[in-house]
Design a protein around this ligand. Structure first.
Ligand SMILES: [Cu+2]
Length: 161
């Protein structure tokens, strides 16, 4: 399992440059949530990554604590970092959003991991996602599914999720 997740994230990283910027956004108190999107998945893929931008326009810090969606059994917060030549992904309890700063969840960095997908995420679909913040509380957003970048799936090899 560990290996396949790593492979998947490496593939996600390669495709990041091609993401179209069809922006949609949300505001919750001092928080601005920009363009939530997820990568389309193939049949049999058990996890999918979701990404968005968090801008804290206020003077107090907030934290993203987690989320939930009817599209998956659970939503985890993940970080990624390079350790030697290997990209490692691990679950984190929260993502800090310091006052006056913008934190971007994007491929190869912090992301939301939809674990236990109930159906493949189809390109152009919109899936509801409830985000949970320490201060801003629960915020409902719509996640737009972006299509796989042609060729990027091949670099992941045989997915065995
Ligand atoms: Cu992950």
């Amino acid at each position: 399992m560990k290996t396949t997740l790593k492979t998947w994230c490496a593939a996600a990283l390669l495709g990041s440059a091609a993401v179209a910027a069809l922006a949609h956004g949300y505001t919750a108190g001092a928080l601005k949530i920009g363009h939530p999107w997820a990568r389309a998945t193939v049949a049999g893929q058990a996890t999918g990554g979701a990404y968005l931008k968090l801008e804290n326009t206020g003077s107090t810090p907030d934290r993203l604590l987690g989320g939930s969606t009817p599209a998956a059994e659970r939503v985890e917060l993940h970080s990624m970092s390079m350790e030697g030549n290997v990209m490692r992904m691990r679950e984190v309890p929260a993502i800090d959003i310091p006052a006056g700063q913008t934190v971007e969840l994007k491929p190869g960095q912090f992301h939301l991991m939809l674990v236990g997908l109930k159906a493949p995420l189809a390109a152009d679909a919109k899936i509801p996602l409830t985000l949970k913040f320490e201060k801003a509380g629960e915020v409902k957003v719509e996640v737009k599914v972006e299509s796989m970048v042609p060729g990027s799936a091949a670099s992941g090899g045989g997915h065995q999720h």
